[in-house]
Design a protein around this ligand. Structure first.
Ligand code: FAD
Length: 422
């Protein structure tokens, strides 16, 4: 068995790499990241660097060194209704196979050990250290273990036991496609037939598109049904979903009351819960990594590794406030019964709500700080809700229009790598 390390991080995705970078900033050097796979490895994802990703990368001294498509607009659709909103600043769309390898390379360049092909099988918390057992039987010990091991986190399972909750389900596919422009499409039309969530079409470098659906667990939907929803939902875009190659992934939404730590243990990123409204989590992982890194470094310095205040610290951070608000919005918007139409008509037809959310998606504003604007929107809706619901029913009844005809030549959509803060 190895000596006792200061920190072991399980998982080298955005959460693990970012937490390692944060700990390094604090001068924690006795640190090992354990990762199941070797890089480059792919991860099902839409690749939209939404939210406060730029600020998070800059805070961690990490750079966006991979190709990306800057998307300056969000196109929101519901049946026959389409609205295009300018984002406060472009959202960069990357490919995860490239981004994750780049983050790991940057972390390694600081001298941090990232051990690949090292799947963790079990952990046991003792009085002085946590023992982590790898699938090959080897054991490592550390004063603190951080679970950055994604949706199927074994560190989170250690905290929550066998608590049962239905996951969000996401299905995605990256395929060649000639898109007319670089708008990020969020299409809520599938809610018409019982899905609760949205279909996306994001532009990807090299004449490709990233397409998928996210379903919120107010009702159960299996992968075959979501694949059918995706296939049919892509028809108005002139995109044929190939019979094979789509990838499905369950994720758990952030809950402010869910356990995210225990003595000597912290979770971060998808292991702590994704954004319940959008299913997004790259920026979330990088923002939470700063809180996790700060908490772990402080615990190592003071010897207090009980981490009793971590859940509150995550919740109070900007990212926690955004996640809590999105969780609340998701419960309204994606409810199983017909009440969703009331909230969807607010989102689509209020003059300000989509703009606010586009600013949130692009990270140019913190939605949780826009309480006055949100309350004003609610007050307007109290008056206009009946008319807006009729408008929504009209939009749902109208036939879907082809949106992105593939016949016209596409403008170039690739951009060169640059620094995140530029
Ligand atoms: C289809 C889909 C589309 C999405 N689209 C977007 C989007 O457009 N924008 C956005 O911001 N977010 C999106 N997300 C969410 C985003 O992908 C995640 O929030 C993000 O990957 C979280 O990073 P993470 O590091 O916490 O987890 P992960 O990226 O899952 O990384 C976890 C790492 O831990 C490793 N690991 C797991 N278990 C073990 C183990 N036992 N031992 C060792 N290593 C282990 C894994 O191999 C992996 O490398 C999407 C998710 C899905 C499923």
């Amino acid at each position: 068995m190895d000596r006792v390390h200061d920190v072991l991080i399980v998982g080298a995705g955005p959460a693990g790499a970012s937490t390692a970078a944060r700990l390094h900033q604090h001068g924690v050097k006795d640190l090992v990241v354990l990762e199941r796979y070797d890089f480059p490895r792919d991860k099902p994802c839409g690749g939209g660097l939404t939210g406060h990703c730029d600020e998070a990368l800059a805070a961690l001294d990490l750079k966006l060194t991979v190709p990306f498509v800057p998307s300056a607009e969000a196109r929101v659709r519901m049946g026959g209704f389409v609205r295009t909103v300018a984002m406060g600043r472009p959202v960069n769309v990357i490919r995860r196979v490239e981004l994750d390898a780049s983050l790991v390379a940057q972390v390694r360049a600081r001298g941090i050990e990232v051990r690949c092909d090292a799947p963790v099988e079990a952990l046991a918390v003792g009085a002085d250290a946590v023992t982590v057992r790898l699938e090959n039987g080897r054991e490592l010990r550390a004063r603190v273990v951080i679970g950055a091991d994604g949706a199927a986190s074994i560190v989170r399972k250690h905290l929550t036991g066998n608590a049962k909750a239905l996951p969000h389900r996401l299905v995605m596919h990256e395929l060649p496609a000639q898109l007319d422009d670089t708008a990020m499409v969020y299409d809520f039309t599938p809610m018409r037939t019982g899905m609760r969530g949205y279909l996306w079409v994001f532009p990807v470098t090299g004449g490709r598109a990233n397409v998928g659906v996210m379903h919120y667990p107010s009702s159960r939907k299996g992968v075959p049904e979501l694949l059918r929803v995706l296939r049919e939902g892509l028809e108005p875009y002139g995109i044929d979903l190939p019979a094979k190659g789509s990838r499905a992934w369950p994720v758990w939404g952030y809950h402010p009351g869910a356990p995210v730590s225990a003595p000597r243990l912290l979770t971060v990123g998808d292991a702590a819960g994704i954004d319940g409204l959008t299913g997004e989590g790259i920026a979330v992982a990088m923002e939470q990594a700063q809180v996790a890194g700060d908490t772990a470094a402080r615990g190592l310095a003071t010897g207090d590794v009980g981490f009793a205040g971590y859940r509150k610290a995550l919740r109070r951070a900007t990212v926690g406030r955004e996640l809590a608000l999105d969780r609340w919005l998701a419960r309204l918007l994606y409810q199983a019964g017909p009440g969703w139409q009331r909230w969807m008509s607010l989102v689509l037809f209020d003059p300000d709500v989509l703009e606010m959310y586009a600013a949130r998606v692009s990270g140019s504003e913190v939605l949780a700080d826009q309480k006055l604007r949100l309350w004003s929107a609610l007050a307007r809706h109290a008056v206009a809700s009946g008319a807006r619901r009729r408008k929504l029913r009209d939009a749902l009844a109208r036939p879907d229009q082809p949106l992105l005809p593939s016949s016209s030549p596409s403008p170039p959509i690739s951009s060169s790598p640059t620094t995140s803060s530029s």
